[in-house]
Every structure is written in C-alpha cells, then in structure tokens.
Ligand binder design. Sequence first.
Ligand code: NAP
Length: 453
Amino acid sequence: MLRVAVVGSGPSGVYTAQSLVEQTAVPGVRVHVLDRLPCPYGLVRYGVAPDHEKIKSLQGSLRTVLEHERVTFLGNVAVGGPPLTPERLLGLYHAVVYCVGAARDRRLGIPGEDLEGSRSATDFVSWYSAHPDAPAHRFALGGVRSAVVIGAGNVAVDVTRVLARDAEELRPTDVPARVLAAFAASRVREVHMVARRGPSQGRFTTKELRELGTLPAARVAVDPDDLAPDPAYADPAGLPAVNRRNVEVIRSWAQTGPPPGAADRSRTIRLRFHLRPVELLGRSGRVVGVRFERTVPDGTGGVRGTGVFEDIPADLVLRAVGYRGAAPEGLPFDPVRGTVPHAAGRVLRDGAPSPGEYVAGWIKRGPSGVIGTNRPCAKETAGSVLADAHLLARRAVAENPLAALRSWGLAPVGWAGWRSIERAEADLGRALGRGPVKIPDWPGLLAAAEPGA
Ligand code: NAP
C-alpha cells in the first residue's frame, strides 16, 4: 500500500492529499500531512485577512480532507535540515510531496529599506494573523498617521484595507487581543497604496479592489493626474476582463469623487499610480517618508522614469511586492525563479526526476493565483505520483514513520491536538466576550495541544 507524505497543510498540500485519497486507480493510498506549525491550513489560517470570513470558511472543506480516514495530520514537524532532512523523510514514505509555499518576501533593493518602520507586508500579515513566529509587539500603530503600501497586488490591497479599519471592525474576527489593542491606538489617517505602473496594470482582482470603497471608516481618493499616462485607462476595451473591470472601478472613484457621507470617515485611502520607489527617507534611524520617481509607459508594458520625484510622508512603510519561494534545506532550488525545478510535479535533481520526490503549489509554480489555482496544480502532481506508483511501491521504507519521527526527537501534534487548540481558542474568545481568538505564540499553542501534559 502506497504511503505518501505531504509537506505543508495549506491549500496545495490539502488538495494534493485529497487528489491522492479520492481516486480509485491506485486504491488505499495513505497520506500523512506534515506541517512545521501545530496548526493546519497554511495561508488560509496565516495569510487570508481576518476580515475575509468567506475565504477563511474554506477551512471547513480543508478540514474534511484532513479528517479523511486515510489522511493523518502531523503538526509541529519541520522538514529541512536536522533532524528531518528530505533524505531521511524519503526513507519513511514511498513518496514525499513538498507543498511548502513561498515563505519569503521580495525586497525592493533601494536605500533605506531597513529603516525602523519599514517592513514587508508579509510581516504585517503574520502579526495580525497571530503567526507564532511573529514578534508580539512588532507593529505599534499609535505613532502612525500616514502609511505607505508599495505594490498593486492583492496583498497590497489586503494590508491597505486592514490598516484603514477601526479596532471595532476587527473585534468580530479572530485577531489576538494585542492586535486589537494596537488598532485601538491607531492614529492612521492616510494609507497610500502606490503602484509603479498604471491603473490598467494592477495585479489585484476587482472584488478585492472594490471592497476598498466599502469601508465604514475610510474613503478612497484617486488623483486623475496619476491615471492620464496609462493609454489603456482612456481606452480599456482591449484589456483582459479583470483589468477592464479594475479600470471601471478606479474611474468611478476618480470621476464621482467621495460618496455621500465620506466626509464623516476619518481615514483616506489614496490610490497612486505611475510612481516607483527610489528611496526610503529616514530621520534618526526611523522612516519618515518614501521618495518616488514619476513613471510613464515605456511602450512594452513596463515603465521608465521621468526624472520627476515626489516624496510621500510615512511613519510606516509596507512593501507588498510579492513573495519568494524558499525550499527546505536539502531540496534543489532555482534561485532565479524561486521554485524547485520539476517536470509535472516530479522534483528534478541535476535535470533528472528524483524518485519519490514531488512538489505542488507555490514552491512548484511560483507565488501567483488564488487559492483555487492550487487545485489543478495539486491534481497534476498527484497524477504524477499515481503514474509512478508501481515504481514507488518498490522503494524500501520504514515500517512505522510516526515512531521514527518520535525517535528523532520530534513531537508531532496530531489531529486531536489541533482540535484541542481550536477548543482553547474558542474558550479564550469566550472569556474576552468574542468569537474564537487565535493563540499567537508557540508555548501557548503547544500547551493547548496537550492540555493534560
Ligand atoms: P503580486 O500579485 O505579484 O503583486 C506584486 C505587486 O508588486 C505588483 O503590483 C508589482 O508591480 C509590484 N512590484 C514588484 N516589484 C516592485 C518594485 N520593485 N517596486 C514597486 N512595485 C513592485 O503579489 P502579491 O500581492 O504578493 O500576491 C501574491 C499572490 O497571492 C497573488 O496571486 C494574489 O492574487 C494572491 N492573493 C490573493 C488574495 C485574495 O484573493 N484575496 C489575497 C492575497 C494574495 P508590477 O506589476 O509592476 O510588477
């Protein structure tokens, strides 16, 4: 009987497990889903914004897979480096599928990027999502009046929207008390979301963009001068549907001005275009602004600088310019693409498929697409595993992988442990007069996973 380890319990890992256990061509496949964290669901738990309850509810369908009789969740198991190298893991299972996402953020590579108050959007997302690796008090919003978000993808939209929210708007979500307290102290008045290209070239999706205009405490402002250089803004007919709809939304904001009641809203989201960051400005080691160079289209889809500069004041700068893959130590990695080299999900070592090793999700194809994009991607990889099943079944593997993991000093948190964490989070929320509230630190999570220990 084929035994497969899936490394990572985010959407790509869970969809891979699902594809493996819900098919009939190779009956009886068993899957262990390993995760570095004691909690499952990857970016659905630690990346999807807390105010996106509908996307968060996807956890329900991921849960069904992890509760399948031939699927076992093993949290708190880190793969890569000692004690659990990819080589060792391969000795425990007929096949290992790495679904480890793209954990690193990309950098801008401009002066001032490391000033205090300049952070990656990923850091901010991890902090408000209660990721146990995120330092507890990394973001104090009491001293922030103006924030600059660099980038025009859905992550930029997420952090812009969350920054423009009141603590009361976040209270019904599962953010930790310390995050609520930071938002209660927030003095944010302006959030500038700044794109280096034009409005027709935003990478955000229309639903997410439109949501910026629906916030109770913030209004959206667009400067018509920023839009003019983009020829597709005036004539969007030839654009792909999503870009065309984005242009329509931005145009409605630019033309109609603030909606009724907007004057009562204390915050302004300023959508800026055709500005590329050239330097973060600092005073006494802290960021005080960002210098941008105005850009114009270069005729090939990119932009070029004009030599005209604009400074935007900022007490907080979040760069939301994309993620980067990071492979577990011991796996081959293409540093240019930020992915593991593969053929239809089969990991390539020195150009040849490495027996038993596979990838799916962002570490396979790069950090793009929405959650659903992972389904066909996982299916392709699972298809390769199943096609190779006759060869994989001949690989000699350990009798009892769980015993081997424990013998190497690992202490996996199983499904019962995770359910126990969930109950503890519900109890914590109840004590605070809220719905479930996430436990934000390692000791708290591990204690909750084994309440009797
Ligand atoms: P993304 O979609 O790749 O967007 C990155 C943005 O950063 C682009 O606007 C890009 O501009 C800009 N950028 C890159 N380098 C830059 C630089 N040096 N200076 C200025 N701007 C720069 O990445 P993402 O926002 O991190 O999202 C990653 C994936 O997760 C996407 O597929 C996204 O849709 C998905 N996601 C979805 C949701 C949701 O569905 N609600 C939420 C979060 C994330 P150019 O276009 O000019 O390169």
